[in-house]
Ligand binder design. Structure first.
Ligand SMILES: Cc1ncc(COP(=O)(O)O)c(C=O)c1O
Length: 378
């Protein structure tokens, strides 16, 4: 069959470029997941979710606009909006769906969107669906963004789209500068807080809370499968924008509502985040510790940054080789390759979580050092 032949050719191309992925369940010490606060295993989060399954059943049986609506969703949305300091929030079944919904719903053809070059695939796909003109600015380059904003006008609305903590680089956008630039130029700022929510800010609500002193972003997207250890995502913003999303956001309208029990799990996870700042302080102190260990061993890492630490390897097969050595030594670290990251920048995306210890991190740094040296010598 034509299709089967073409697919097998494509698979062959992936294999020869070292880009074939393997589905591999967790094995070894977690140094790669997004479960930064270990909330996916928190006893109270699990208990609340299990209890809700017993009370409410498994599936939600329909879209939120039909029979899938539950009071649990409405209550957790109100609570999360309050946590983010916004008027309203809407919960989506995934961060990917939330990003598609936000960008495809608000952008129209007479608009321009300015997008950081390292934005996540879900933002890139949402921008494609949105049909606005796209201008990509160099990563974190606010001066370049300002120049583009001065130069490029349109009959509609201008938008700036960025992550706060970048998922594959672990660096942090200067949100306060983005927010004042947006305000000055009349652009609307949209921020994906996937890897910041639960970690940054005094209350743990993210980098907007930690950085932005004046008028903040119009909308933020807050995926809950990362630090909150659950699933789905809250989009937070003014009531008029959230209402429009519920009316017109296709991933919201045309999709079965998430299992109702997730609302109970999110409520319990939010309790933990609000009540204990120690977890996020511990994660960030592990991040500093590991960054220092890696710098001492000659790796090109900055000492300050988030809980995500990229270890650049370069070649795809080399990155796979280093990851395999680490896995054999009992560390769960995965090779990240294009198209997730740009060509020639294959890497290990190391992430720390509260369940680790300094002695594990020391051992990991030593094994990593040897693995990289061995691959370079091979
Ligand atoms: C920055 C960013 N945004 C959005 C998403 C998508 O979120 P979800 O995994 O809930 O679909 C991810 C997931 O990796 C992400 O890293």
């Amino acid at each position: 069959m034509y299709l089967q032949d073409r697919v097998s050719r494509r698979i062959g191309e992936l294999a020869s470029a070292g880009l074939l992925r393997k589905l591999q369940p967790p094995r070894g010490i977690d140094l790669c997941s997004n479960d930064y606060l270990c909330l996916s295993q928190h006893p109270e989060v699990k208990r609340r979710m299990a209890e809700a399954v017993m009370n409410e059943g498994c599936g939600s049986t329909g879209s939120r606009l039909l029979r899938g609506e539950r009071s649990g969703f409405v209550e957790i949305e109100k609570r999360f909006a309050h946590f983010k300091g916004t008027e309203a929030a809407l919960y989506f079944s995934s961060g990917y769906a939330a990003n598609l919904a936000v960008l495809a719903t608000f952008f129209e053809p007479e608009d321009i969107v300015f997008s950081d070059e390292l934005n996540h695939a879900s933002l890139i796909d949402g921008i494609r669906l949105g049909r606005a003109r796209r201008i990509v600015f160099p990563h974190l380059d606010i001066a370049a963004l300002e120049r583009y904003l001065e130069r490029e006008s349109c009959p509609g609305q201008r938008f700036i789209v960025t992550e706060s903590v970048f998922s594959m680089d672990g660096d942090i956008a200067p949100l306060n500068e983005c927010a004042s630039l947006a305000e000055r130029t009349g652009a609307v700022l949209m921020i994906d807080e996937a890897h910041a929510a639960g970690i940054f800010g005094e209350r743990g609500s993210g980098c907007i809370e930690a950085q932005v002193t004046g008028p903040a972003a119009m909308l933020s997207i807050n995926p809950m499968g990362k630090a909150f250890g659950c699933a789905g995502a809250f989009v937070c913003g003014p009531a008029w924008a959230i209402e429009y999303l519920a009316q017109r956001g296709r991933p919201f309208v045309f999709s079965t509502a998430p299992p109702p029990s997730i609302a109970a799990a999110l409520d319990a996870a939010l309790d933990v985040v609000e009540q204990s700042s120690e977890r996020r302080e511990r994660v960030l102190s592990f991040a500093r510790f590991l960054r220092t260990l890696l710098a001492e061993r000659g790796f090109d890492v900055v000492l300050e940054g988030s809980q995500i630490i990229p270890v650049l390897i370069g070649g795809n097969s080399e990155a796979i080789g280093v990851a395999a050595s680490l896995q054999n030594a009992g560390f769960d670290v995965r090779a990240i390759r294009p198209p997730t990251v740009p060509e020639g920048t294959a890497r290990l995306r190391v992430s720390v979580n509260v369940g680790l210890t300094e002695s594990i991190l020391r051992r990991f740094a030593d094994v990593l050092y040897t693995a990289v040296r061995n691959v370079a010598a091979a």
